[in-house]
Design a protein. Structure first.
Lengths: 141, 141, 141, 141
């Protein structure tokens, strides 16, 4: 089962066109990612800090907007992480309203690096575990 | 009993000093305000839109920062609305962590206007009801 | 010559990893778009409002992150708009530092709609003119 | 002469009420503060980082909203820093449009601490110099 995250659209997410500002959808996806890490037992304060010896910055992101979102709307984000190489993974996000209408979809690609040298590094064990926790693609599970 | 709203500190709420960026605390208070309106049956999409015939912009805000907040922290915001005049109210916010330590407090003052002329206007009935729903100061309740 | 826009990275653009939060790069690109509209004589307050009879929401966005950006950095965004159909265009953004190192690139795709029915609509004349103002691809110019 | 900073209101600064979202005014004031630090020769990347041995977080902020601000508006922020004690200062911000109409005013209070122990610490020399650079209140200058 994919990880899912429910969220309410806030007034500050909107812009003067009356709907969610386009670039505000990606942080909502990142919130779902943060919650999925917490659900796998990862301490996100140290995970996202500069002192952890490893950093996994986003190297690519994309988002498709299918329907407008309004203040007060409830949205559900389904998260599908996928391992790419020993130092890269990507996450697909499917965003729906409470009537099962798709509102948006997005993708982020993450690469593991040494935060000082910024050279590539193997993904840490807890992230490999997290990838297995929420990876729906393995038919044997 | 005051209205309370629980929220998780997100990575995007933080800045390069490693803690929540000061100006991001006020939107968290506004989220609590939005949730309290929903809890009183108010449709916040139309309430905050430009077409509703009435607008209640914030005319003053202040915030005191007592302790730093970090990514992943759970916070609880208690909301204390108070009527001021027939066209003004204010809200006090008390922000705590899960160990009952106070992290911040804030205040917003709101004035009811006609959105076109921007002249003052009586508070609408649903807001007067909302003020009564969450006003703890009346000893008779 | 492409339109270019210079901007300073702000403290609020950063996150607890010490660099610009990934989703904050797209609003910087949108700022460049807004400035290019102003440079073509378009009133952006009415252009982006709900009352203008036409809306041109972003239907797709993507961004590649090549190097981290830090508080205080100066960045230059080059903007390359391109017409797609009679109701769609896209913009490519190339982001550099002051030493001509590329930091990021991005793309937004825009579709013209009627804001009420949300059905497709021809691009307005001022946007066709703007596309010609900043379109570098036509060799005859 | 006070430090002044000119800025354009961006689409992302607005909300579904068609004007600048209230909490977005404080970051604009902080941008003016950042620019004034740069103008006094301070490296703001290291100044705002976690590794600098000193941190000067904001402990209080307030803002008054006098007139609405719209996408595309040019605003001018005048900055008036004032020393309070050996480890505290505050900044007053006056925000005007290009017709000299006041739009908002704001205040931030800053306290110097050791970032690890979070106990109070004397203001560093470069900040004392900055306070003198932009302090208009000393009649002898």
């Amino acid at each position: 089962m994919p990880f899912s995250y429910t969220r309410t659209i806030r007034f500050q997410d909107t812009d003067a066109a009356g709907v969610v500002y386009f670039a505000n959808v990606l942080p909502m996806c990142h919130e779902a990612y943060e919650e999925s890490l917490v659900a796998s037992g990862i301490n996100i304060r140290s995970f996202f800090s500069t002192n952890s010896g490893v950093a996994i910055p986003i190297i690519h992101a994309s988002v498709d907007f299918l329907r407008p979102m309004f203040c007060g709307d409830k949205i559900i984000i389904y998260l599908f992480p996928k391992s790419l190489t020993s130092n890269k993974f990507e996450i697909e996000y499917q965003i729906f309203d409470t009537k099962q209408q798709q509102l948006a979809k997005a993708m982020t690609r993450h690469a593991c690096i040494d935060p000082t040298s910024r050279s590539r590094k193997e993904l840490p064990t807890d992230i490999i575990d997290w990838l297995q926790d929420w990876n729906d693609l393995d038919a044997t599970k």
